[in-house]
Design a protein around this ligand. Structure first.
Ligand code: NOJ
Length: 487
């Protein structure tokens, strides 16, 4: 009861914000829609699919980086923050896209990558004064590992220094203790806000400021695959100053612009400080990304998130994690997961293709491109399997930058549109009926979850047992694995 009351009070605080229960659709730009047949998605392609997104019923789209980039991490290595990579179009295409999206009521947020730049950014090919560097001495500056294998430091013998990179060496880390870096990013944010974006998704939001002493992480040091493995080097108090500045900056603009942080911690208590009223508006809650398809684990994760965070977002998929059809071992589970996800209270992030029930693609090694795969010599498969371009038509795209499996012909938008019981039609209907208002668990037998939202009850079965159900308005499948019922 206590928990419900707290949740309801927090909810009231954001009750007039457009994003408080918005459905954000993540567009992984290079894999969404290809307008010029080069095998890679682009901005005009996205624009051409706005009617699809409108019909699907999403409120906003998040565009992954489309800025000029050598592509070492497919755009998360930016060499110019205020332009569009020719691969994806032009600034004029961007303006057209924003305008067309706004005309049909779809907001647009864009990715901003402030932790690191590309090694080909002029700041890095130039004097490097904006970066974390340490004069070359005896060996590595400390024991920090790159998230993708090997040390987080690379020695530049010519320049006589080590430079830091939490990710690949092609992505050197900026030094956020410098006023210049902060000013640069203020100008970058303004550039895009002036062009009409509705907000930003902030990459590695908790990582920008590093511990000034650059001291070793405590031993024994785990292999840092994930930011939550980092103990003391990142998540520094000073990072909050940045978001307070950005909050003020965004508030200067009309239209309720939103800041969404990628604050990656398994423990949501560590995410909460980023969501203070004068900092980020939203942060991804990745806790469901780590759960198996198990009633008790998922309920515990939901409870924990609601208890820890002032506003909770819900995420099952993105461009960095295995798709749920594969993770939850089947389409039946993924369909049920869709009804669970879309009934939860608060903003939801849907990754492109999630609405089609796409599975992780088991790509042959020769076509894999993810730097994680390359840097670990294939020991870690990386993320290409969830980045295969969207199949729009039954006839698949012969030159897609990652090959679409032949079975996707039948999963294409064309094949699923209007098909009774298709994954896509389930999504469309769920987005149409998506419940609002209060949230409260109901008693239900082990292996099931049940909760109420305003006029609807959502029941999800994780085993083959089924409860007797009445007034079903939407079912995930013929077996009622998950249902929404009218009360
Ligand atoms: C998180 C992004 O989601 C991921 O795709 C990227 O590789 C890293 N940050 C580094 O920018």
């Amino acid at each position: 009861m206590q928990r419900r009351a707290t949740w309801a009070t927090r909810w009231l605080l954001v009750s007039d914000r457009w994003w408080k229960d918005a459905v954000f659709y993540q567009v992984y730009v290079r894999s969404f829609a290809d307008s010029n047949g080069d095998g890679v998605g682009d901005l005009p392609g996205i624009r051409s699919k706005l009617p699809y997104l409108q019909e699907l019923g999403v409120d906003a789209i998040w565009l992954t980086p489309f800025y000029p980039s050598p592509g070492a991490d497919h755009g998360y290595d930016v060499s110019d923050y205020v332009d569009v990579d020719p691969l994806f179009g032009t600034l004029a295409d961007f303006d057209d896209l924003i305008k067309a999206a706004h005309e049909i009521g779809i907001r647009v947020i864009v990715d901003i990558v402030p932790n690191h730049t590309s090694a080909q950014h002029a700041w890095f090919t130039g004097d490097r004064s904006r970066y974390v560097t340490v004069p070359a001495g005896d060996g590595l500056p400390n024991n920090w590992p790159s998230n993708w294998g090997g040390p987080a430091w690379t020695l530049d013998e010519e320049r006589g220094h080590w430079f830091l990179h939490l990710f690949a060496p092609e992505q050197p880390d900026l030094d956020w203790n410098q006023r210049q870096v902060r000013d640069d990013f203020d100008a970058i944010l303004r550039f895009w806000l002036d062009r009409g974006v509705d907000g930003f998704r902030i990459d590695v939001a908790h990582g920008l400021v590093k511990k000034a002493s650059l001291e070793d992480e405590p031993e024994p040091f785990p292999e840092a695959r994930f930011s939550s493995d980092w103990r003391t080097a990142i998540d520094q108090p000073e990072v909050h100053e940045i978001y307070r500045d950005w909050h003020r900056l965004a508030a200067e603009y009309d239209g309720d612009r939103v800041l969404v942080g990628e604050v990656v911690f398994a423990d949501q208590a560590r995410v909460a400080p980023y969501l203070r009223p004068d900092e980020l508006h939203l942060a991804f809650n990745f806790s469901l990304v780590f759960q198996p398809w198990d009633a008790e684990r998922i309920r515990a994760s939901i409870d924990e998130s609601l208890a820890q965070l002032p506003i909770v977002t819900w995420v099952f998929e993105n461009h960095d994690v295995t798709r749920i059809v594969t993770r939850f071992e089947g389409e039946r589970q993924a369909r049920a997961a869709a009804l669970l996800l879309l009934a939860l209270p608060g903003p939801v992030f849907v990754y492109q293709g999630q609405e089609l029930g796409l599975e992780e693609v088991d790509l042959p090694d020769e076509v894999r491109q993810d730097p994680i795969f390359k840097r670990t010599n294939g020991e870690r498969l990386g993320r290409d399997g969830c980045r295969v371009p969207i199949p729009w038509t039954r006839r698949l795209q012969p030159n897609a930058w990652l090959p679409q499996p032949p079975s996707w012909s039948d999963k294409s938008v064309e094949a699923q549109t209007g098909r009774d019981g298709s994954f896509l039609e389930l999504y469309r209907r769920a987005l149409e009926l998506r419940p609002q208002g209060g949230f409260a668990w109901r008693e239900s037998p082990p292996g099931t979850l049940a909760f109420d939202r305003d006029g609807l009850t959502c029941v999800v079965h994780f085993t083959d047992e089924r409860l007797p159900l009445e007034n079903v308005v939407l079912a995930s499948d013929d077996e009622n694995t998950a249902v929404w019922m009218r009360r």
